[in-house]
Design a protein around this ligand. Structure first.
Ligand code: PEP
Ligand code: CO
Length: 452
């Protein structure tokens, strides 16, 4: 089924007639134009057939046959486009996906928040420090985080650099998953020393042991290492915020109708740019990719129903992923009316929980953090609420890293506020570290097991 609007109604630039929130304001229009022309001539990052196969897998997840794991940095940075960061992030995502596949007894769709997660929405256009006001940092695709006038000036050359960095990341990820790297999800490579510190140590040890036995069993009967049993698929995603960048990567391809955003497999609309009559919804309407929509506590049932009408008028399976991010304190009151409203439309969606963005807080010393307990509670409550209403939670969207950072408090090792100073590296939002990410995946398994 083709959800494509008639060509006369939509073009990759038709968003320009609408109000575009959260865009960079470039001082030199000609400079921007020449960067966009250069960008539009460069090869794409992904292919249409990969996008369509992801869409098919999301359709299966909508039917309850798969689970979606989407994770990565809040904001990727050019400085961290390096071997260790990419390898460790891939490793934790693979290990989490193995725990989830085994625990939920269904295949996991792996989607990274990487290879293009370089543009950020901000609460204010400007930032003031000690009486000096400069443009806000909007992600490495736009400007630099340093607080100087030169660094904060939006620079169109960064669009080309962002494409190049995304392509290097993508290239390395593809090589790793095509080669022997998938072996790293083999349990002997796991660092599980944290398990003994968890209140659920016994249950987690049982999960880890049964996972180890399952992998060994598969290897014994197949005679091959588990990692090479099946080539692992890895998809990419980012917030499609910078519409000039997305437009330059929006292409038609031979033997396919319509337009594809070939900067990523799975773009999403951020909470701040999901206005029904806004430029982002207009842009997303015309591309054939599966799309994510962040749903925050101010989105009412009507708005969600209208978004589905506009973005998926033919009710195509695999097209829409609704990523709710309500926060622990609002999930119970806000989610049920939305689940019912979507059920009333009969339109297929995949429900995913982002337990990060509604649970951000600032400590008394001004550090942005999140409590593991709130992240866990929002995830578990979501699983429960969907189950009670005859729906199902089909995935999670997480900010995480494979590094041993201290950005979120709590978890098995019970990080406290004083630990935050030790290894806080995120340039925007606080991420789960390696251990906290693995712990959350085990808690998810545990919660689903208890539902049955
Ligand atoms: C994000 O995912 O980093 C983000 C900004 O999320 P949201 O749009 O849900 O606030
Ligand atoms: Co974030």
């Amino acid at each position: 089924m083709n959800t494509l609007p008639e060509e006369k109604d939509w073009q990759p630039d038709s968003w320009q007639a609408k109000e575009a929130k959260q865009q960079a304001s470039y001082p030199d229009a000609a400079e921007l134009q020449s960067a966009l022309v250069e960008l539009a001539a460069l090869p794409p990052l992904v292919t249409s057939w990969e996008i369509l196969s992801l869409k098919q897998q999301i359709a299966q997840a909508q039917a309850g046959e798969r689970f979606l794991l989407q994770g990565g940095d809040c904001a990727e940075s050019f400085a961290e486009c390096n071997s260790d960061v990419i390898t460790n992030r891939l490793k934790v995502l693979l290990q989490m996906s193995l725990a989830l596949t085994h625990g939920l007894q269904k295949p996991v769709i792996r989607v990274g928040r990487f290879a293009g997660q370089y543009a950020k929405p901000r609460s204010s256009d400007v930032e003031t420090r000690a009486g000096v006001t400069l443009p806000s940092y909007r992600g490495d695709l736009v400007n630099s985080v340093d607080f100087t006038p030169e660094a904060r000036r939006p620079d169109p050359k960064r669009l080309i650099q962002g494409h190049a960095m995304s392509s290097m990341t993508m290239n390395f990820v593809r090589s790793l998953v095509d080669g022997g790297f998938a072996d790293l999800h083999h349990p002997e490579y796991w660092n599980l020393s944290w398990v003994q510190h968890s209140p659920l140590a016994t249950e987690f040890q049982r999960l880890a042991d049964s996972l180890g036995r399952a992998v060994n069993f598969m290897e014994t009967i197949s005679g091959r290492r588990a990692g090479v049993l099946k080539r692992v698929d890895f998809y990419t995603s980012h917030e499609a915020l910078h519409l000039h960048y997305e437009q330059a990567g929006t292409r038609q391809v031979p033997r396919q109708s319509g337009w594809f955003d070939l900067t990523t497999h799975f773009p999403w609309i951020g909470m701040r740019t999901a206005a029904l009559d806004g430029a982002h919804v207009e842009y997303f309407r015309g591309i054939r990719n599966p799309i994510g929509i962040k749903i925050g506590p101010t989105a009412g049932p009507d708005q969600v129903q209208r978004l589905l009408e506009i973005l998926n008028p033919e009710s195509e399976a695999g097209r829409i992923v609704l990523i709710h991010r309500m926060g622990m304190s609002q999930i119970e009151s806000k989610l049920p009316p939305l689940i019912k409203a979507v059920q009333d439309t009969g339109s297929p969606v995949l429900w995913v929980c982002d337990p990060m963005h509604g649970n951000t807080e600032t400590t008394s010393s001004g550090i942005k953090t999140r409590r593991f307990r709130n992240i866990m509670n929002e995830t578990e409550t979501s699983i429960q609420l969907h189950h009670q209403l005859g729906s199902h939670l089909g995935g999670v969207h997480l900010e995480l890293t494979g590094e041993n950072v201290t950005e979120c408090t709590g978890g098995a090792r019970n990080l406290v506020e004083a630990d935050l100073k030790r290894a806080y590296k995120s340039i925007v939002d606080p991420r789960l570290n390696y251990e906290q990410a693995l712990e959350l995946s085990m808690l998810i398994v545990n919660k689903f097991e208890k539902l049955n």
